[in-house]
Design a protein around this ligand. Structure first.
Ligand code: CP
Ligand code: NVA
Length: 306
């Protein structure tokens, strides 16, 4: 029996646990929470892909909770010269108290977590971006009161973000409408699982997904690792821009989210991302608060359920 929890996908957590993390993050953001549950601890952060928000939010968040953090790049680690993932996990487990990892194949993170004796947090894989969706839902709670009873629209690529939205819809029960071009659907297993437990619609029509939506969320058309497909994808995603015409179909008071980085004029019009419905800066800031809650619960002994 493992004595710790990992944060690899939203699917691994029950609704009361996810709600507990939102409550803890809100307490941290408001300043009501002043403890330093990670005092004297160390977080190792492995980044095989670029990052602005994830790196800064984990590093700053760890420091605010009392921990030291180590930025590790596979270019410098022996991992980059072929040392097995499992051996790296075992060694880091002997010296650190938690590991955040951002990489390509999700299987690598699963393998890493199986070998590690300390909590492992997924900072993005090709298949999932769970910390980002937790930050997005915290932003929805702040802006709209609650995610309960809301219709959330995903416009664009059926990528890691879309997959984690599916996991969240299945666990939390809000309505999720995804509009993805043919050939760019989310992972079929995660789609099937979400359809079993949640209200999920997959359409080719962005306006149908946006119709009456309380939240509209999009992302780049070519994720990290797919940059060479940019031109092909630009053609496939024609008509999938989130612009004022699409936002006009949404519910009164709707908000726009984007995990960033964004390409204005491509997946989102500047008038939307820089307009009054946009909550993207709150969303980026909320990475810090929700990840502090996750680290405090997994590495610092804070109870998961409030
Ligand atoms: N949204 C997000 O994960 O941003 P970074 O790639 O900058 O970490
Ligand atoms: N889907 C994007 C998210 C970046 C934060 C990517 O994987 O590149």
């Amino acid at each position: 029996m493992r004595s710790h929890r990992d944060f690899l996908t939203i699917h691994d957590f029950a609704k009361p646990e996810l709600d507990g993390l939102f409550a803890l993050a809100a307490a941290m953001k408001s300043g009501r929470y002043t403890k330093r549950p990670l005092a004297g601890k160390t977080l190792a952060m492995i980044f095989s892909k670029s990052s602005t928000r994830t790196r800064v939010s984990f590093e700053v968040g760890a420091w605010q909770l009392g921990a030291y953090s180590l930025f590790l790049s596979p270019r410098d680690l022996q991992l980059g010269r072929g040392e097995p993932i499992a051996d790296t996990a075992r060694v880091l487990s002997r010296m650190c108290d938690g590991i955040m990892i951002r990489t390509f194949a999700h299987d690598e993170v699963d393998e890493f977590a199986r070998a590690a004796d300390i909590p492992v947090i997924n900072g993005l894989t090709d298949a999932h971006h769970p910390c980002q969706i937790m930050a997005d839902l915290l932003t929805v709670n702040e802006s709209l009161g609650s995610y309960e009873g809301k219709r959330i629209a995903w416009i664009g690529d059926g990528n890691n973000m879309a997959n984690s939205w599916l996991d969240a819809a299945a666990r939390l029960g809000f309505e999720l409408r995804l509009a993805c071009p043919e050939g760019y659907d989310p992972d079929p297993r995660m789609l099937a699982r979400a359809r079993e437990h949640g209200q999920v619609l997959l359409t080719r029509d962005p306006l149908e997904a946006a119709d009456g939506a309380h939240v509209v969320n999009t992302d780049v058309w070519a994720s990290m690792g797919h940059e060479e497909e940019q031109k092909v994808r630009e053609l496939a995603f024609t008509g999938y821009i989130v612009d004022d015409r699409l936002m006009a179909r949404t519910a009164k008071g709707s908000i726009f989210l984007h995990c960033l980085p964004a390409h204005r004029g491509e997946e989102v019009a500047a008038s939307v991302i820089d307009g009054p419905r946009s909550r993207v800066w709150d969303e980026a800031e909320n990475r810090l608060h929700i990840q502090k809650a996750i680290m405090a619960a997994l590495m610092g002994g804070e109870p998961l359920v409030a």
